[in-house]
Design a protein around this ligand. Sequence first.
Ligand code: HEC
Length: 123
Amino acid sequence: MKKTLTILSTFLTTIFLGLTFATSAANAAELSDAAKKGQDIVFDRKKGNCFACHAMAGSKLPPGNIGPPLIAMEQRFMDKSKLRAQIWDATVNNPESSMPPFGRHEILTEKEIDQVVEFIHSL
Ligand code: HEC
């Protein structure tokens, strides 16, 4: 009985790991170079730290829920410049926003914001 369980759990772990690698490989293949750089910035605690407030795919740490989950971004932000404007200064849309104005406060450079937009738009 114990042996059956061990075999079963090894089998399931293998499938699980296989799936994980398959999906991350697929994601990596789809991302452009700019989007990959953006991904690093988004998950860097000293840069974007976006998952402190937003749930999103690829987050390795438990995300915060102060902001809405960042999903289906392409459908919701057909116009990339609107997405960029939100990240550059969220207080334009909502003066009470708790989201840091990454552009206005120069937390990120213009180039870094472009890269973040590429990544977020791919979610
Ligand atoms: C301190 C919390 C906080 C951080 C950090 C933060 N956000 Fe936000 N974000 C919010 C809140 C709250 C909203 C809801 C709208 C508003 O208040 O501006 C929001 C809204 C958004 C939206 C609009 C979502 C929608 O569905 O309309 C996007 C896109 C976004 N954030 C991207 C980012 C990105 C990219 C980063 C990192 C570079 C980031 N946020 C970091 C709190 C945060």
